[in-house]
Write a protein that binds this ligand. Structure first.
Ligand code: CAA
Length: 264
């Protein structure tokens, strides 16, 4: 696929935004390619995704400023929608998506990272929403997701000042879960992805949905969201085998076995 590579290794898929000459900036073509790659993921084969950028300098340096520079009001709104639709697809994608942030994550770069389930970054990563310095607002969800992920006050400060922050500050404010060396970034993310892929896939999907959907409603409704998804698991092979294995273990430790969860 033109600007996006996709590689599957076992049950983990790695999606790489590959436009290093423009620091992986998101133009319409990159957004279309990403959309097509997500649509093409075989959800029976793959259980966890890692999203990263090509090269050792940038994850994604934002939406393409050249493309945006001549947009009209209507075209600007349509471009925002194009990014937002894709990022919402990533956010609600049935499989977990880990952002492996390997450098600049600015504007649309920070926004796509925030649409993933969680972020791990290398020590050269730089995060920020520089849009007010360009005469625009964040347009791919930055005002909404940053305020929810860190705090409204911290998000507003970062957005109004257009100040970039380094990996250590991103970790301190909870924007990323872990900082690694550049060399360790992908291995760390792949290791995590494989741990996730080894757990019951229906349960993992339902957990993602429960957290995402529950955060949109009040607590009374949120616990009902959880109850339904919890109940749903009891129709799965994975629940029956996972619990039977625990009981076998109690009965006779020699009967312990690795449960090969089956996605059904
Ligand atoms: N759009 C288009 N091209 C970009 C780009 C972007 N967002 N970011 C970098 N590039 C291009 C540069 O134009 C340059 O191309 P040429 O070699 O053809 O000149 C190439 O990538 C390398 O960039 P630099 O020479 O600038 O590299 P640097 O190391 O000196 O600086 C940087 C790196 C600090 C990230 C700098 O490139 C930069 O500030 N980029 C813009 C970051 C930004 O403002 N992002 C937000 C965009 S707005 C947005 O995303 C809106 C939204 O919410 C939807």
């Amino acid at each position: 696929m033109g600007f996006v590579d996709y590689e599957v290794n076992g049950q983990v898929g790695v999606i790489t935004i590959n436009r290093p000459k423009a620091l992986n900036a998101l133009n319409s073509e990159v957004l279309d390619d990403l959309n097509a790659v997500f649509d093409g993921v075989d959800q029976n084969e793959v259980r966890c995704l890692v999203l990263t950028g090509a090269g050792d300098k940038s994850f994604v340096a934002g939406a393409d400023i050249g493309e945006m520079s001549t947009l009209t009001k209507e075209e600007g709104e349509a471009f925002g929608k194009k990014g937002n639709d894709l990022f919402r697809k990533i956010e609600t994608f049935p499989l977990p998506v880990i952002a492996a942030v390997n450098g600049f994550a600015l504007g649309g770069g920070n926004e796509i990272a925030m649409s993933c389930d969680f972020r791990i970054c290398s020590d050269n990563a730089v995060f920020g929403q520089p849009e007010t310095g360009l005469g625009i607002t964040p347009g791919f969800g930055g005002t909404q997701r940053l305020a929810r992920l860190v705090s409204p006050g911290y998000a507003k400060q970062l957005i109004y000042t257009a100040r970039n922050i380094k990996a250590d500050e991103a970790f301190r404010i909870g924007l990323v879960n872990q900082v690694t060396t550049q060399e360790e970034l992908l291995p760390t993310c792949l290791k995590l992805a494989n741990v996730i892929a080894g757990n019951a896939p229906i349960a993992v999907r339902n957990c993602k949905k429960a957290v995402n959907d529950g955060l949109q409603v009040n607590m009374d409704e949120a616990i009902v969201v959880e109850e339904k998804l919890f109940g749903d698991c009891f129709e799965s092979y994975d629940q029956k085998e996972g619990m039977a294995n625990f009981l076998r273990k109690k009965d006779d430790p020699a009967k312990v076995k690795h449960v090969a969860f089956q996605n059904k």
